[in-house]
Write a protein that binds this ligand. Structure first.
Ligand SMILES: [Zn+2]
Length: 283
């Protein structure tokens, strides 16, 4: 689903959203009761976000275990917020959510973070293989420091893209070999070809069981034959542009969640119809 029209048609109100969660989690509102075991209808309790077994009055709370579990914000607003997050290229600020949903800034901010965490969970990590680009970058900029002027406040992010396939990226404490190499070993199938720049941390990848090729950025070289990290660099460029444009600044403490949000969308760039659908299916 990629249009607001389609969203509104499928999810016009709370009822439609709750019903959809029941379908995703229990196959509908007619099921074998987890408590009494009898097959039957579950009726909607209007005051609670709950469904009730026709036989034993057992309650099912479909929102338990979802990002909206502890929230009093209507389910429909949560669905709409998730729709916004999956239909943007540059992310959604809390201010924007506040405007669109008519909730307080605090609520909007919390919702945004819950949705980012959920996007990270749903995206998961699939092993990369074939030709994989690996690269590291600094995100952030100068912030006001104590005393005189500004201090640098940059956070290191490491990322890998299987050529033509998935991306995985994460915030890392540094770019030392003992930090980066385990992430590569954990996420890239042995025997794959790994393209990197000439950072020393990558020098032992050959011994780790990979075909390792480097491109020498220092010498002004960006593509050597087929060896480049252009896809990761493209992702960095968009990430930084979007953070500046949408959020102005993201602290290192929260950056991981934003990176994962962009990873989720990147990994569905060729299947826009699954952007929103994958979230709903995992509720
Ligand atoms: Zn029952």
């Amino acid at each position: 689903m990629t249009t607001f029209y389609e969203f509104q048609r499928q999810f016009p109100d709370d009822e439609a959203c709750l019903k959809r969660i029941m379908v995703e989690r229990y196959g509908g509102t007619e099921l074998d009761c987890p408590k009494c075991g009898a097959h039957g209808k579950f009726y909607r309790l209007t005051r609670d976000r709950a469904y009730l077994c026709q036989h034993c009055k057992h309650h099912i709370y479909p929102c338990v275990g979802t990002p909206m579990e502890r929230s009093r914000t209507p389910v429909h607003k949560w669905f709409y917020a998730m729709f916004l997050f999956t239909n943007t290229r540059h992310g959604v600020s809390a201010k924007e959510l506040q405007r669109q949903l008519g909730v307080t800034y605090k609520t909007a901010w919390r919702m945004a973070h819950e949705i980012r965490k959920f996007m990270a969970d749903v995206d998961g990590e699939t092993p990369l293989g074939g030709v994989v680009e690996a690269d590291e970058t600094l995100v952030g900029g100068k912030v006001k420091g104590k005393g005189r002027g500004y201090r640098e406040n940059k956070t290191t992010v490491f990322g890998m893209i299987e050529r033509g396939g998935d991306l995985m990226a994460k915030v890392v404490p540094d770019v030392k070999r003992r930090t980066l190499e385990p992430i590569i070993r954990e996420n890239v199938e042995p025997g794959s070809t790994v393209h990197t720049d000439e950072l020393r941390s990558y020098l032992s990848l050959d011994r780790a069981g990979y075909e390792h090729e480097t491109v020498n950025h220092g010498a002004g070289e960006y593509v050597r034959e087929d060896c480049h990290v252009n896809a990761v660099e493209g992702f960095w460029a968009r990430l930084k542009l979007s953070i500046r444009g949408t959020h102005v600044h993201v602290s290192g403490k929260h950056l991981q969640k934003y990176v994962k949000e962009f990873e989720y969308r990147y990994n569905r760039r060729k299947r826009p119809e699954r952007m929103f659908g994958d979230l709903v299916a995992h509720l």
